[in-house]
Design a protein around this ligand. Structure first.
Ligand SMILES: Cc1ncc(COP(=O)(O)O)c(C=O)c1O
Length: 391
């Protein structure tokens, strides 16, 4: 078979760190061990029935069997605008300030293609969601990292970033509630972000993937709730986590209309928009009954309490996350995130994601997802604590 020379960009794509982890886990599963997998970020609950029913109805509609409008159906953009009004009090022009996406990941990667040239600089959180790196690499741009540390509540400290870097930066990615640290943003942090973006002409992309998941009665803040945010940025929202629709591939970008236009223009060349029935079901998710979201957040909160509570009871004092469905656990002395994750897998058959996979600042932590039942989480906490406390 001929092997064709690939475009240079293919060699620049970052390694898929977590593919290695999946292989290791499969080995233990195949050996018949009772593995508790807290390593992934895939919601474990089904999509609420009324949304599935809307998809079924949509599938019966011949008008949806045709090409969708290039930039998505008006009813979905309107639903996204209504959702933002209801949830955050943010007014959006559905035609100019909403772009329909095949999931958040796609929008995050596209944005770098829209705004970064070879040699440009993008600011990314460290640790952070690896897809920011993919988009930056595809554009041939470089990344400068913004460390997220516990002492700063996992928010970047802008005054510690060198002025030269801030002056060069064109784009910044933020994500709260945060994957992987579970940190949450405050309004004052977002205000600071708007000021910084104005001062240094930086386009801000706030990835709001876990926007629905805040604990202890605290609703996560939307970046667009901050005055002036639309001037400097966009927010990317996905239905993957809020409505357990990760497999459906639907989300949207909202905010600055020139940025939304750029995303739409790029998408005009890549795709025709999502299947109409998926858009119909997504609109139903956004504006149909919302009890399912409250129930989901309660479920994650109960799981958090069970898991973290049990680790603490067992003598391993760790902090409780305030949002997202992740726990960011510090690695005991003498381990790196990878050796600790390997140790837990080998000795406790519990899978966690090594923090190094999210950036060098992550190497003192592992990430555990609250994506299995309370019973299994308690069992995992017992197995982990037994190893750590007994040794
Ligand atoms: C921080 C963050 N952003 C974006 C996404 C992308 O979600 P999706 O592409 O399913 O919308 C994820 C998914 O895990 C995520 O964790």
């Amino acid at each position: 078979m001929k092997r064709f020379e690939q475009a240079e960009v293919m060699g620049k794509l970052p390694e898929q760190f977590f593919a290695k982890l999946v292989k290791k886990v499969s080995y233990y599963v195949e050996q018949g061990f009772d593995v508790i997998n807290l390593g992934q970020g895939n919601p474990d609950q089904p999509t609420p029935q009324h949304i599935v029913d809307a998809l079924k109805d949509g599938a019966d509609r011949p008008d949806f069997h045709k090409y969708s409008p290039f930039r998505g159906h008006g009813f979905l953009k309107q639903a996204a605008a209504d959702f933002y009004k209801r949830e955050y009090g943010v007014t959006l022009d559905p035609e100019k300030e909403v772009a329909v996406l095949f999931g958040g990941k796609v929008g995050l990667v596209e944005l770098s293609q829209c705004y970064l040239n070879q040699g440009d600089v993008a600011l990314v959180p460290d640790p952070g969601y690896p897809d920011y790196w993919s988009g930056v690499a595809m554009a041939g741009a470089t990344m400068e990292t913004m460390p997220l540390r516990k002492e700063n509540d996992f928010l970047p400290k802008y005054d510690e970033l060198p002025e030269t870097v801030l002056n060069k930066a064109k784009l910044m990615f933020l994500n709260y509630p945060n994957n992987p640290t579970a940190g949450v943003a405050t309004k004052s942090f977002f205000k600071e972000t708007v000021e910084l973006a104005n001062k240094h002409d930086i386009l801000v992309c706030h990835d709001f993937a876990y926007g629905a998941i805040g604990f202890d009665g605290q609703k996560p803040v939307s970046f667009l709730q901050i005055e002036g945010a639309k001037d400097v940025g966009i927010e990317i929202y996905t239905l993957s986590k809020t409505y357990n629709m990760a497999g459906w591939r639907v989300g949207f970008a909202v905010g600055n209309e020139t940025v939304i236009e750029s995303i739409n223009l790029l998408q005009d060349h890549f795709y025709v928009s999502l299947f109409g029935a998926v858009q119909h079901a997504a609109a139903e998710a956004l504006n149909g009954p919302q009890e399912c979201v409250d129930e989901l957040v309660d479920t994650y909160e109960r799981r958090r309490n069970a898991f973290i509570g049990r680790l603490n009871e067992n003598g391993w004092k760790v902090e409780s996350p305030k949002g997202s469905f992740f726990c960011w656990l510090p690695v005991p002395d003498g381990y790196t995130s990878e050796t600790f994750a390997d140790y837990l897998l080998e000795k406790a058959h519990v899978v966690v994601a090594p923090g190094i996979g999210f950036g060098s600042e992550g190497d003192r932590y592992v990430r555990a997802g609250l994506l299995t039942s309370e019973e299994r989480l308690i069992e995992a906490a017992d197995r982990i604590a037994k190893l750590i406390i007994d040794n």
